[in-house]
Design a protein around this ligand. Sequence first.
Ligand SMILES: [Zn+2]
Length: 459
Amino acid sequence: MSSLRLHSIDLLATMTGAEIGDGALLVRDGWIEKIGTTSEITDAADESVDLSGHVVLPGLVNTHQHLWQSLARAVPAAQDAALVDWLMALFPLWEKLTPDGVRTAGRLGAAGLALSGCTTVADHHYVWPNGIRMDDLVDGVAPVGVRAHLTRGGMSVGASQGGLAADVLTEREDAIVDATERAVSAFHDPEAGAMMRIAAGPPSVLSTSAELMRELGALAREHGIGLHTHLAETAGESERCVAAVGAPALPYLESLGWSGEHVWFAHAVHLAPDEIRSLAGSGTGVAHCPTSNMRLGSGIAPLGEFLREGVRVGLGVDGAASNDSTDMFAEVRQAMLLARVMAGMKGMGGIRHGSAGHRLLTARQMLRLATAGGAEVLSRDDIGTLAPGKAADIVAVDLDRLRFAGQHDPLAALVLCGTAHVDQSWVHGRRVVEDGRLRTVDVDELTAEHRARSAELTA
Ligand SMILES: [Zn+2]
């Protein structure tokens, strides 16, 4: 039994609607037992932490990432390329990826996310050359101490069959299914409080056959795991899908069993209104990745329409080859700003410039997407909010910083002023960030190792 009391918190935002001044939390064995004000929660605890001057909120949930891509940041040939050319520029580097590279990139990517307030990351891994296995990614991520949902993806349609990737990056379809089942039996924890879960999903509808997509859909239901892929990221991708299979990607995937609360799609930029309603109706989730969409010139996902129609939405940082930061709080800010750009462009929300009374999407709405929203997208009811019975995934930001000076609303300031990193974080009650530094891994050593692994991709 271990207990932790956090107290004297300037503002405790539970993301259930409550914002508590002079707040306090009692955590026992990784679970929140009590929440209230400092004067209400006076229990003795093994460890007591004074968080005066801090805002506290649930740890952020990143619903879409490719951790290995931290080895390929700011690659010249991919810097100014849109999606297809970007992929073609990067595939030759990824062909050289090794088990050590995946391990190191997984650890460094998760470390960067943890420093930016992320306590749960959903990683989408779909390249397995040179003997890479899911074990390598697990070995990389686990020591950082964040929760991980690892998608075992895979491509079966290579260049020789009209696909984009070289054949060396593809696998046989039965091998993809076998590796997914093996990852589930080795690493998937279905219990509440799970630190590791496995999901299934190729990178896109055109990278595998319809038979494999159907088989993975059935496999996900059989094992009770998540199902994930990129969807309608660019207009060109949507056109290629119609040409190849005779239907837009979403109805095609739905016909193969890809819908429901265990399914979540990254991007969903180019969807028709009836497709958005279909997502809402089936409870299928979206990982909204605004920075990546801007970086690759993919378009603007209709976030306001998702929210109006009741689609489950979380935020995704996406891989560091298309972001190129690995910064979860930055994504919250980008999501808010991009939604406001779209409001101005389309008159969304009734905006008519020169008239009064518009409401734009708020900082609080974006923080909700990044916490409770992400938890819903990953089908988790044990994280994403702070309440008795929830896992103690908690982040704290010190307001006594130059960037926050003059703020009049501490919670909104985290988004409006921008939060470079969190000062403290706990995952399941275990300290991950302390005074702005990672407590779980040696960042200097990791960065040096990562530099060497990154150089291997262009050697
Ligand atoms: Zn992605």
